[in-house]
Design a protein around this ligand. Structure first.
Ligand code: NAD
Length: 307
């Protein structure tokens, strides 16, 4: 069987696949549409991260593919019904990068609420900005609002409880008595109540029609004065211009964004000059450990699927 891997994967997991099957591993293949389509015509398995768009011409070229492995969890770059209609199984790495994302949320919430950790240049320069940085906030006792209480939302809630936060969660698919709430990691809340009550809001929903634009100007305006927004889910869920305006006006106290409408974020963007803003290049779920877990999980599931 021929396995085509279009983006980066842990090389030991690639070797595990190569021990049993023919493997084409080229992390740059995603950037060469012509060659990608060509290789796709003879692939029995396609393995991607989030940049390869498995739809349209690429999907049409997958003439004999049986499995699409996704080195991550969001499936918005894959036409799942289209794949299934052609008899392909789509396999995500459910849960394997959840801890990396959950740690990112707690770390950025602490950085943004405290506001004191970017003083290195000032301290090195001998200006000692102690008074200016004396009003940072603790996370202990603050309320974290989770939008989406799936795998990552639940783990984030667990870590947040560990540092003394109160946790509220809203999930469109879960009733108040859903078993996910039974462990007591989070209290269920209506969306509007959660938005009004939270000091930190963190998004953990997929990008689908019902979540596109969920954090628009109106919803950002309904957040508490000085609250912090963390988005590790997908661009398109937060209105970037409305967020930038809320940071500049001082309505929001800070934001961390790992995902954007357009990735890479173009140099001409709305974020220049925004205070207390952390931007990262879609790496919340990518760490040395999660890359290993994600890669081995997909390698093992692919081998099982082909057995
Ligand atoms: P999951 O499927 O376990 O959980 C998603 C939850 O969102 C589900 O419980 C679902 O019921 C809920 N949901 C769906 N529509 C909703 C809506 N309109 N309002 C409220 N809740 C809604 O997924 P997960 O593993 O927790 O991952 C969540 C998302 O995080 C993924 O879809 C992906 O886009 C993103 N992600 C990003 C990174 C990164 O590196 N930045 C890494 C992993 C995942």
């Amino acid at each position: 069987m021929k396995i085509v891997i279009t983006e980066f994967m842990d090389e030991r997991a690639v070797a595990q696949l190569a021990a049993k099957h023919e493997v084409l591993y080229d992390p740059k293949l995603v950037d060469d549409a012509t060659r990608l389509k060509q290789e796709a015509t003879t692939a029995d398995v396609l393995i991607v991260r989030n940049r390869t768009q498995v739809r349209g011409e690429l999907l049409a070229a997958l003439a004999r593919c049986r499995i699409v492995g996704r080195l991550g969890v969001g499936l918005d770059n894959i036409d799942v019904p289209g794949c299934e209609a052609k008899g392909m199984k789509v396999i995500p790495a459910t849960g394997a990068n959840a801890l990396s994302v959950a740690e990112y949320v707690i770390a950025t919430a602490m950085l943004l609420l405290r506001g004191a950790y970017q003083s290195t240049p000032a301290v090195v320069a001998g200006t000692w900005p102690r008074n200016a940085l004396s009003n940072g906030r603790e996370v202990g006792g603050k309320t974290l609002g989770l939008i989406g209480f799936g795998f990552i939302g639940q783990l984030t809630g667990q870590l947040a409880r560990g540092v003394g936060m109160k946790v509220l969660a809203y999930d469109a698919m879960m009733d108040r008595d859903h078993r996910a709430f039974l462990r007591g990691e989070a209290r269920p809340a209506a969306l509007a109540d959660l938005v009004a009550a939270s000091d930190v809001i963190s998004l953990h929903v997929p990008l689908v029609d019902s979540t596109r634009g969920l954090f628009n100007a109106e919803r950002i305006g309904a957040m508490k004065q000085g609250a912090v927004l963390v988005n590790t889910s997908r661009g398109g869920i937060v209105d970037e211009a409305a967020l930038a305006a809320a940071l500049k006006s001082g309505h929001l106290g800070g934001a961390a964004l790992d995902v954007f409408d357009a990735e890479p974020l173009p140099a001409a963007n709305v974020f220049a000059g925004c205070p207390n803003l952390l931007l990262t290049p879609h790496i919340a779920g990518v760490s040395a450990e999660s890359n290993e877990r994600v890669s081995f999980m997909i390698a093992e599931k692919v081998l099982e699927g082909l057995a």
